[in-house]
Design a protein around this ligand. Sequence first.
Ligand code: CP
Length: 300
Amino acid sequence: MQHFLSIDQLSLPSIESLIQRAHYFKHKQQYPNYSSYCLANLFYENSTRTRVSFEWAAKQLALNVINLPLASSSESKGESIEDTLLNLAAMNIHLMVIRHSQNHQVETLAKRVGNRCHLINAGDGTHAHPSQALLDLMTIQEVKPHFADLKVAILGDIKHSRVANSLQAIFAKVGIKQLHLIAPKRWLPEKVSFGHSTESLEEGLHNADVIICLRVQKERLNDLDHVDLCGYRKQYALTSISRLYARANAMIMHPGPVNRGIEIDDEVVDGEHSYILQQVSNGVYMRMAIIESLLLSPKY
Ligand code: CP
């Protein structure tokens, strides 16, 4: 694999092998040394979890890490993002982790840089967030490994969510039994690649084994999407009451950042069935596996 761009490019065996390697890193706590390589983080959108976990994952594998300060980079003088990447590749930066607000931007850049370096999509617009989907699947597998029996519900702003897109793709590949996408009509996408969409919280959560709650992405809403947040909360918030539609031991997940008191309540975030921080911990191991798989690909 030259570039890590989306779940669609991964075969089922490669998904399984990445997750297996992430589990190995988590449980062995013994890591190979890739100290001759360098990874650069280029985040054109804000991030806490993804940026830090790619940095920490790279450091655990002894890579050198550069966090490019974009505000003071030469892009502020008019250099294009393509030229920035080509210049970094010319300095032998092997891996570049990119988050961008534009859909498919990392794919476009990958075509431009070819095999000069490896690009990793750390979230592009509303399109894809493949490392998040992998770490979510790893977390589900740790608790409920029988995918063919699972009912999963994704709740929230599905339409603007790159996480929901990548989750649909990965759940289809691994054969999750049932996927329900729950949102008010204006936040349901026109096309669903896998699963069944519903406006009913009760129907969508009924007997769910896993609930993945999404953030209300205020920054991606336009005037047409305007939603009354109080109204949203009343109908769709994951609370200690509404979660009872799902199975008693349903896993509660959220990719973060969490808007406590909007899409999800404190009691649920901090409750005994919450795996939100386990997702974050697993993210480091999953990103170690992704970085290693790129470094071991035939080009390097
Ligand atoms: N889940 C996620 O992408 O979080 P960050 O925006 O903090 O990276």
